[in-house]
Design a protein around this ligand. Structure first.
Ligand SMILES: *Cc1c(COP(=O)(O)O)cnc(C)c1O
Length: 337
């Protein structure tokens, strides 16, 4: 679309042509519907509104240097949404429907997909909600699956940049046997207040420790933790961490680069033993962390500056997403446009 300034995109809502919607009713999923108005009409007693039957996903599509449209590992997002659905007693969205939504929402909004060369991409937001009525606390009988898209800009216009993080000692993100491992909407409402508090103190992201002992690292507000020590990539194995698809992919790339990968408990005091630390997730891929502050004390990794391994991991990942590097694991779904 000629009126979009591809250089000026942020990470914020942007109205495109339409979103796609599928409804589960009377025991079956409907065909795809295209909705142009950015509103949903639903029952006032819908369970998503009252009891938080709501889970989301986040993934990205990129216009490659070769002109192809690539979506990064959508089958993994489909699987994760199925896990979230099961945990929240919602009807899981079959992978075929999820992928149908990916293709259709992209094809119908293709004019909003940023061209190659701006560092911009199309953020895709799948959402599954209980849309049928209940007054007692029970699962709905009707579910709505939506996928919307927004063009988003690059975080890194001039290469990777590091940010400081803050440990919120008075808040937890997820209980040890709770729902931290699924992308339930309610987890994010709970994390907003500590997130805002950290941001007001000058920290773009905050780190959560394990809720039981506040001794081990869980993850950042919306991204996983990675530490690099020598030639080893370390990430926490906590059961209340959201299994990041970016982290999973970076672990594969790290092995490809000859690194060892460890998924284990990470004591907070280990921060200063790492050569470099970072956050990872779909939105930014890798965000190096300069230092982590906790109770007025600053914890810094052993090496100054951005660890070269983070730079290398970021570049490998980006090249796969843009079709500039062999996609040997078949991570990208090519959508005809
Ligand atoms: C979505 C999310 C991540 C990142 O997952 P990706 O699949 O890499 O985008 C990490 N932590 C939390 C809490 C999240 O919600």
């Amino acid at each position: 679309m000629s009126t979009i300034d591809w250089n000026d995109l942020k990470f914020s809502y942007f109205q495109t042509k339409c979103y796609v919607q599928y409804t589960f009713k009377d025991g079956q999923w409907s065909a795809c519907e295209y909705v142009e108005e950015p509103y949903i009409k639903m029952h006032v007693a819908a369970t998503c509104l009252h009891y938080g039957q709501s889970a989301f996903e986040g993934l990205k599509a990129y216009r490659g240097e070769d002109g192809e449209v690539r979506v990064f590992r959508p089958e993994e997002n489909a699987k994760r949404l199925q896990k979230s659905a099961k945990r929240l007693c919602m009807e899981p969205v079959p992978t075929e429907i999820f992928l149908d939504a990916v293709d259709k929402v992209l094809q119908s909004n293709i004019d909003f997909l940023p061209p190659y060369g701006y560092g911009a991409s199309m953020y895709m937001r799948p959402l599954l909600i209980g849309s049928g009525p209940r007054i007692g606390v029970q699962p709905a009988e009707e579910y709505t699956f939506i996928m919307l898209v927004v063009p988003v800009g690059s975080y890194y216009k001039g290469g990777l940049q590091s940010v400081p993080a803050l440990v919120m000692e008075d808040y937890d993100r997820a209980a040890p046997m709770g729902i931290g491992h699924v992308k339930a909407a309610g987890n994010y409402a709970a994390a907003m207040l500590p997130g805002i508090m950290a941001s007001e103190q000058g920290y773009p992201i905050n780190l959560y420790l394990d809720a039981k002992e506040h001794k081990y690292i869980d993850e950042f507000g919306t991204s996983n933790f990675i530490g690099i020590k020598g030639n080893t990539y370390v990430t926490p194995s906590s059961s209340s961490v959201l299994p990041s698809i970016t982290n999973m992919s970076l672990m594969t790339l790290a092995e490809e680069m000859g690194m060892a990968v460890e998924k284990r408990d990470v004591n907070f005091d280990e921060i200063t033993d790492f050569d470099g630390i970072a956050a990872c997730g779909t939105a930014v891929v890798v965000t190096p962390i300069s230092h982590i502050d906790k109770l007025g004390k600053s914890y810094k990794p052993a090496q100054e500056g951005i660890h070269p391994r983070f730079q290398e991991l970021y570049e490998r990942m980006q090249k796969i997403q843009l079709g500039q590097y062999q996609d040997q694991y078949n991570w990208c779904r090519i959508v005809s446009s």
